[in-house]
Design a binder for this molecule. Structure first.
Ligand code: ADP
Ligand code: MG
Length: 151
């Protein structure tokens, strides 16, 4: 299944992600695909807010992984930019993927996609102007609950 939206500011991207964040139940895996500056981290910021986290989301580019706790769920935010091998972080990713109370969001996931044993949502973020992004969500039926409510 596919959902395509356009956002015209980083705030709109964050707001859309916030709505998805409110519907997360745990067990979701989200792959974020774009070039640098596409809006992947901005999207995760919205997810965290929607899940009720008060924490400020920053790019985990140097630490590779951040965690945000809220309402019994843990949002794991991974960024494997320029990594062919995630090294020790692979273990943390595997643990996160096995935990039904976790939501896993991954930037630059190519090197680790084989570890995605659960169905995952792919978000392709394409700049259409300096402040606009076309977001294409591709997902299995399993994830309909995240997208079926229009508001
Ligand atoms: P990435 O993690 O993909 O490298 P970031 O989220 O860190 O991207 O940065 C996206 C940049 O693009 C930010 O500076 C943000 O303000 C800007 N931006 C402009 N328009 C948008 C939009 N519609 N959606 C998301 N970010 C946008
Ligand atoms: Mg980023």
């Amino acid at each position: 299944m596919q959902t395509v939206i356009t956002t015209n500011s980083s705030q709109e991207t964050e707001d859309f992600a916030e709505k998805l964040g409110e519907r997360l139940r745990g067990g979701e895996v989200i792959e974020l695909v774009s070039d640098l500056g596409g809006g992947k981290t901005t999207f995760v910021r919205g997810l965290a807010r929607g899940m009720g986290s008060q924490d400020m989301v920053h790019s985990p580019s140097f630490t590779l992984a951040n965690q945000y706790q809220s309402k019994g769920l843990t949002l794991y935010h991974f960024d494997f930019y320029r990594l062919d091998d995630p090294g020790v972080v692979r273990h943390e990713l595997t643990e996160a993927l096995m935990d039904p109370q976790s939501v896993v969001a991954v930037e630059w996931a190519e090197a680790v996609k084989a570890a995605f044993v659960r169905p995952y949502i792919s978000v392709i973020m394409k700049p259409t102007s300096e402040d606009s992004r076309q977001l294409t969500f591709t997902y299995s039926e399993h994830y309909k609950y995240l997208f079926s409510v229009k508001d």
